[in-house]
Design a protein around this ligand. Sequence first.
Ligand SMILES: *Cc1c(COP(=O)(O)O)cnc(C)c1O
Length: 492
Amino acid sequence: MYERRQARWFERTLFEYNLDDEEVNEVIKVLEEYLPSKLIRKKFLFPSLSEFEVVRHFTRLSQQNYGVDQGLYPLGSCTMKYNPRVNEDIASLDGFANLNPLQDPDEVQGLLELLYKLSEYLSKLTGMDYFSLQPAAGAQGELVGVLIMKKYFEVKGENRNEVIVPDTAHGTNPASVKMAGLKVVEVPSNRDGIIDPKIIRETVSDKTLGIMLTNPNTLGVYEDYIGEIADIIHGSDGLLYYDGANLNAILGWIRPGDMGFDITHVNLHKTFSTPHGGGGPGSGPVGVKSFLKDFLPVPIIEEVGGKYVFNWDLKHTIGKVHSFYGNVLIQLRALAYILRNGFEGLREVSGTALLNSNYLYEKLRSFNGVHPYPNNLKPRMHEFVLSVKELKDKYDVRARDIAKRIIDYGVYAPTIYFPTIVEEALMIEPTETASKKELDEFIDIFKMILDEVVNEKDKVLNSPLNTSVRRIDDAYASRPKTMKPTYKWGED
Ligand SMILES: *Cc1c(COP(=O)(O)O)cnc(C)c1O
């Protein structure tokens, strides 16, 4: 890392000082000590484009994009809230952004103190006792959690290999179980979209490591029987893993630790606001109850006599899971968000997220051709799922078509076809940062599109009509290696 920086510094120096050939050769010789020679440019490239042409090109490209800074982004399960700029100010402070990760802990006490504080706040907010900030996303947090469950039973000398996962779970849950070399035991949700304790009682065996749940679940419905489910799992000495992706629904009101969960991940980039959706970087800290502390990834940060130190000495640690201490600048953004809101502010965050979600839900569910899933009178939490199966049956218009048409009206589309148990699903999460005006506009857009389905179906089926890229080939997008594209760039 240090060497690469040094090399970059040399390269910049060359540009700035306008060296002659001989001097350039000298610098190249120095560079060759650090980098393989095939990576070193022997000649400087002079751009054939003017600066303003480059700026205009990239500005134009950025305008073809859509983000939370432009408008509503109701992508269910992803908590696409506005990211306050104070987070960016903090994360880009010189003293944080330019720290070298190899610096001695003694020299970065300030940073370690902040990360320690973040762990403490996360513990308080989730009801856990210890946190590792290392995992880079929710998915990695899950893998860490499952590996902890596995090791816990190895240490106890018990041979268990099954993890219970409901049919509404995010795909990363069963994937994490598989990656840990364990068996997924799927349980169905009931007609009300929640897990009936009866099915857990029937499924639990001496092979069960535990259960992975998110609460509220991915249908946006609170698991009414969570206490009973926890008792059954604990009754068989199993563990409960909390997928914290939906923490935005309960923040400041109820904690996974109090529901009976033993391990929790938190998606800092979702609940605690960091721009995400482009693939990273993210942060998915994992918290545990104290009896599992020794299994956490090393190192964890601890305070010893007013000094912050890395503790590498955890007896049953599953090992190290990320270089250095994870994505530290995301962690700082989350801390800034927590401190700026305060406890009462965070309660307001989730309270408003629920209010927005239910306002939208009550309006949209009343439209013709749209049905809530589950179809009952229970209020929703931070998100909700609608099925447009009736539109498919009557007009051959699918959830995908509705989503594409929404984009035409200048709003990002909801999540579609998830959870997979819901036919023609639209999963909508407005978050707390949507204003009532924005929600009303979205309701109007939705109504207009439903009218179009009846009167101008072709518009919906051919949408998006107003974007720089029209419909792409879905199958090719997900399996480019095994298929030939049916879409060519620039065809439209
Ligand atoms: C987003 C999400 C995950 C995975 O989190 P990443 O940070 O994207 O890896 C897991 N479960 C649920 C319910 C999610 O919404």
